[in-house]
Design a binder for this molecule. Structure first.
Ligand code: SF4
Length: 99
């Protein structure tokens, strides 16, 4: 049975995306911190790819492998210097497929 892409849920469409991970060269970095700011903590909730998490010390960490390059975290935390945001190197990152 073939399912038309238009009938898929957003989550299922996003699952169709492919990523070429730049191992050892993440395009987003979180500045080292002891206690995260409210904006940094907010990233654990607003990132649509769930790239941000709290570690067992209560600090915010990123795993940028599934990043969709939407820029939400950039808007929220780049100006304050809490994160460093760049596009992935050429050939790496997300490859959108109907998502
Ligand atoms: S650019 Fe978007 S998808 Fe990527 S880490 Fe930031 S909020 Fe998440």
């Amino acid at each position: 049975m073939t399912i038309a892409v238009a009938e898929l849920r957003v989550e299922d469409k996003l699952f169709l995306n492919r990523y070429l991970v730049d191992a050892g060269g993440p395009h987003i970095k979180v500045r080292p911190h002891e206690k995260p700011s409210p904006n940094l903590i907010a990233l654990t909730r607003v990132c649509p790819a769930k790239c941000y998490e709290l570690n067992d010390k209560g600090q915010v960490e990123i795993t940028a492998d599934g990043c969709m390059e939407c820029g939400t975290c950039r808007v929220l935390c780049e100006a304050s210097g809490e994160i460093e945001w760049n596009y992935p190197r050429g050939g790496f990152g997300v490859l959108f497929k109907f998502g």
